[in-house]
Write a protein that binds this ligand. Sequence first.
Ligand code: ATP
Ligand code: MG
Length: 563
Amino acid sequence: MTSPETPVREAGQDFIRDIVTADRDAGRVGEIVTRFPPEPNGYLHIGHAKSICLNFGVAQEFGGRCNLRFDDTNPTKEEQEYIDAIERDVAWLGFDWGGKAVHASDYFEQLYAWAVDLIRAGKAYVDDQSQEEMRAARGTLTEPGTDSPFRSRSVEENLDLFARMRAGEFPNGARVLRARIDMASGNINLRDPVLYRILHAVHPRTGTAWCIYPSYDFAHGQSDAIEGVTHSLCTLEFADHRPLYDWLIENLPVPSRPRQYEFARLNLTYTLLSKRVLTELVRGGHVDGWDDPRMPTIAGLRRRGVPPEAIRDFIGRIGVARADSLVDIAMFEASIREILNRSAPRRMAVLRPLRVVIENYPEGEGETLEAVNNPEDPEAGTRTIRFTRELYVEREDFMEVPEKKFYRLFPGNEVRLRYGYFVTCREAVKDDAGEVVELRCTYDPATRGGESPPDGRKVKATLHWVSAADAVPAEVRLINPLFTDPEPAPGNFAASLNPAAREVLTGCMLEPAAVAGNDAAPIQFERLGYFSRDRDSQPGAPVFNRVVGLRDSYARQAARGNG
Ligand code: ATP
Ligand code: MG
């Protein structure tokens, strides 16, 4: 299904870095300048992280700089909330844009002046055709377009109309400014592309100062040139725009000559990386907002507990290439696990508790045992946990009639309780409905700390547990794939939304140290996965999200044939 983009190259190298290296070595560029240019019409997703890591990464590695530039040319879709969220997310990912973000709107006055220059040079004209007329006259991939009847307007008339467009004399859609290039060009982007359109809308930054706005194509390259961007890195869908990008740079008195290079977008299985789809998920109430932990947004991943290092690690592993590919989300999960395995303290938690009574343990008593915080990190030290007569174990660690190869709790079987004791299950107590509600067990006092007994007896299972008297109840949300289909159709995404993308478990039991710190730093619940405190937590009522399980859940998913 997938292969990471694995070019046969030195680690950390790719075709973009090769180009930059060659430009630098040949003296074609001085300081390397890149930019990350989001449109503030939604939150960033993990696909954007690829572009962020590439643009900021290249600038860092080559001792240059990278701007965070908002491509804010469409006020009907853009909001301050998105601008703030994007800044927060890029900073959280670990990148620095030198203190002040820039905006295409910073250049509106200059862009306007350049549009006037084009008109003066006979290279742009005001077109009165409707959108439909223009679309019909554009031609197709095999047929040339036809010239607009307004294409030969005089410079004076164009200057006058464009000034009046700016002054607000005309309603939305009444006129546009177009480049005069070639209606028969093999590249449809060169068939007199729209440079300015009329939009009477309040802009998040410029308010009502403007009622005409530059198109993406007219704003982008010129903004790059103003900022001295040397390498304008964008995704493949802009490759067909490059001739227009170059035409504008050549035909305008811009202060620098940036070059555009395209790379493949990130696509991930079981995920849709499209702001349009993500916006619909939010607006349609399919999720609880942009930072819902089920979302592939940076904000959602952060809330779920994914560390920024894991995102950077993943992006580094998939590399950058020109060929489109679909990356297995299991690769992303592997990066998360690898980072958290090193850093996350271990705690014990029981998600679906089953009560255990240790019959030969004195009532009302208890003892303190020592548990290792992180076997991967000796510096993390130890903590204490309580052992008492009543404990909780995981319901699925008991079977009344054991299946083949089930070595955990069943009547007559002995297991190790991690850091605790060896215990033997004597009997399962059932309620009237026949459901097991309690296990009666005995323990071997000679196995304190979970040590093997002097007689050398062995057990085949080690279980996690918590002391009932000490346990802290919590809600735990298991975050599963958002879609059931590895390649959901963007046009019909609702059909493959996973109804079990969030499984909410209440009455989970945690050892107290799991909630000792007050932060959301992920911890490992032993044998279960990595979990992080959610902001829905209330005093005395913690809520956790599962960041990721301990093993590849997608492989299991596929085997089970459901979400
Ligand atoms: P979407 O397709 O999700 O709506 P977009 O391309 O419209 O995204 P922008 O805000 O314009 O969103 O994107 C900012 C930058 O991020 C662009 O340079 C774009 O090429 C890049 N980008 C967007 N999606 C991806 C992706 N999946 N992989 C890599 N880069 C991406
Ligand atoms: Mg875009």
